[in-house]
Design a protein around this ligand. Structure first.
Ligand code: ADP
Length: 600
């Protein structure tokens, strides 16, 4: 009920006012009563003097008053005399005939002889009265009684009397009840004022605190836009200022965190490695597009670790790893080979597992290609070397018994095989230079048409020798292009040389050339043995030959087209087999007119 600061403040004010009023009231009533009682006895003392003497010898200030009373006691009708004296001094004695009255009593019996009140002759025997009846002054004050009295014995010649003054304390009771009413009224007004004050106070004190609270709630909701106004330089003002500063710092920190998160999101989104994060229960937290591509499946938000990787490493096993330890393994998904890394992040209670997938397929393939290449090279070199050795041994072991023409034949074979090895080594050197990127290409402008013509001329004799009909058809005048003429002529020589080689004698070979948008092209078409469908995509690979025996017979190394491809690609051109009707092969070379970039 009193949870709000408003209510608490109001309650404190009410309690304060009530307790203040109660204290004041208690003090006032007690003090008023004792003041009244003290006043009574002082007044009596002033009038009757030190009342200790029983014989009534006056020592009072008002000595004549006492003397008159003593004189009256000596006279007959003393009680009436005394009444007159008391009436005459009623003011000084404080007789008001209501609450305070005087009585003249018979000193021996205590009977009322004269009085200002209407006691009906019956008076309660108070201790003071009893004392006076015994001849002593009765002036003892008793705060616990609801009356106060003094009884003065006066003895004269005509008799013994007691002057008895009785105050029933009505005045002080009335005063107290009036005081009580006033205090109650003051209390009510005080309470009203305190309610008003507590309202104003709470408005002044609690208002700014409420604003800070609202600001904190807005902040918690992510609204950093509104600053709290600092309205006063007091503690609340300082609190508001500090709060604003805290909001600024928090916003800066959140912005920094947001930036970092954006950076990470962008990184995850565009990185080629797959990343998937799971919480410690195995629920998916994050999975980037690369992961879905590498896993070759969709990864829904509700996917769990066990479903994706549970068969490789159990989640518990990864969570139990101590950072920076991790587990890794190779996975085969479809045709891809993936390297998967599993690492725990953060602690066991609130952390999880991060899985990184790296595509190793290309690396595997190139590793295989490299092995295959090395095996090919060894094989290609071993064959001629074996031939050279065996023929050389035969010549040596014959001891000159071998006929001359046979020996010459052997020596020709040795020379051919050596040339072959030289070709292979030269081609390998060219390829390795092209691979290393340190082959100098001397780029210059040259006439594409004249380059083709010179290549055709160089092969004309060989074509004629094999009975081929070699024709060059240029539809238009060919433009000047940029490139390494010598290397490009080497490419053309290879294409044309292959057409001559792989076409049975008496074939037809047609060389055509032309331009398309920004490019020149050259095509060499033959009607030779052709290339089977299954081999078409492989003929540009190193050492790939459709018919190894035929290739070797014709002095081929299986490297010509792969070197041609490398050179053409350096010129940002293409070389490919085109489809056409009928038997034979057509190879098309396309080159840009200008080199936009030059690769060494
Ligand atoms: P090679 O030195 O064996 O000629 P290439 O790299 O120049 O090596 O050619 C690769 C293979 O492609 C050849 O071995 C041959 O089988 C095939 N080939 C190339 N050109 C032709 C063609 N015009 N007709 C038929 N087969 C060809």
């Amino acid at each position: 009920m009193f949870k709000s600061l408003h209510m608490k403040l109001m309650l404190i004010m009410l309690l304060l006012i009530t307790s203040l009023m109660a204290t004041v009231g208690a003090f006032l009533t007690t003090n008023v009563a004792s003041f009244y009682i003290d006043g009574f006895f002082e007044q009596m003392n002033d009038m009757f003097g030190s009342t200790s003497e029983a014989d009534g010898v006056a020592t009072a200030k008002n000595a004549s008053f006492m003397a008159d009373l003593l004189a009256a006691a000596d006279a007959p009708e003393g009680a009436t005399q005394m009444q007159k004296i008391l009436e005459a001094n009623a003011g000084s004695l404080g007789i008001d005939y209501r609450s305070r009255n005087y009585y003249v009593l018979d000193g021996a019996s205590g009977a009322v002889l004269a009085e200002s009140g209407e006691s009906g002759g019956v008076l309660a025997s108070t201790p003071n009265l009893i004392k006076a009846l015994n001849g002593d002054v009765g002036d003892r004050s008793d705060l616990t009684e609801d009356y106060m009295d003094v009884a003065i014995p006066i003895s004269g010649e005509e008799g013994r009397y007691i002057i008895y003054i009785l105050d029933n304390r009505d005045t002080v009771s009335n005063l107290n009840s009036q005081l009580f009413t006033i205090i109650m009224q003051a209390l009510v007004i005080g309470l009203l004022i305190s309610v008003l004050f507590s309202y104003l106070l709470s408005k002044t004190l609690v208002g700014p605190i409420e604003k800070v609270t609202e600001g904190a709630e807005r902040l918690a909701g992510g609204d950093f836009g509104n600053k709290l106004p600092v309205e006063s330089p007091d503690e609340i003002g300082i609190l508001t200022g500090t709060f604003n500063h805290m909001a600024d710092v928090l916003q800066d920190s959140l912005n920094a965190v947001e930036n970092e998160r954006n950076k990470l999101d962008t990184l995850f989104l565009h990185m080629t490695d797959g990343v998937a994060a799971f919480d410690h229960d195995g629920k998916l937290i994050h999975c980037n597009p690369a992961a879905t591509v590498l896993l070759q499946r969709s990864v829904p938000k509700e996917a769990v670790y066990d479903e994706l990787f549970g068969s490789i490493y159990p989640l518990e096993q990864i969570l139990a790893l101590q950072r920076p330890n991790y587990a890794d393994t190779e996975m085969v998904v479809g045709e891809k080979t993936l390297e998967a890394y599993f690492a725990p992040f953060s602690d066991r209670a609130s952390g999880g597992v991060l899985v990184v997938l790296h595509d190793e397929t290309e690396h595997h393939r190139s590793e295989e290609r490299r092995k295959e290449f090395v095996a090919n090279v060894s094989h290609e070199l071993r064959t001629p070397l074996t031939n050279v050795r065996s023929y050389a041994e035969t010549l040596r072991d014959s001891g000159g018994d071998i006929p001359r023409d046979t020996a010459d034949n052997f020596l020709d074979i040795i020379i051919n095989e050596t040339d072959r090895m030289t070709h292979i080594v030269q081609d390998l050197l060219t390829l390795s230079r092209l691979d290393a990127g340190n082959t100098e290409m001397s780029c210059a402008r040259f006439d594409f048409g004249s380059a083709i013509a010179s290549v055709v001329r160089a092969n004309a004799l060989e074509a004629q020798h094999r009975g081929h009909a070699l024709k060059l058809e240029l539809a238009q005048t060919l433009p000047i292009i940029e490139g390494d003429r010598q290397r490009l002529e080497q490419v053309m020589m290879n294409i044309l040389g292959n057409a001559i080689k792989y076409t049975p004698d008496g074939g037809r070979i047609l060389v055509t050339a032309g331009t398309t948008e920004g490019h020149v092209w050259m095509e060499v078409a033959d009607n030779g043995i052709g290339i089977p469908e299954k081999d078409r995509e492989h003929v540009f690979e190193r050492f790939y030959r459709v018919d190894k025996a035929r290739s070797r017979e014709s002095g081929g190394t299986g490297l010509g087209l792969s070197i041609a491809k490398e050179i053409v690609e350096r010129h940002q051109g293409t070389i490919r087999l085109t489809r056409h009707e009928g038997p034979g092969t057509t190879v098309r070379l396309t080159l840009p007119l200008r080199q936009t970039r030059w690769e060494a």
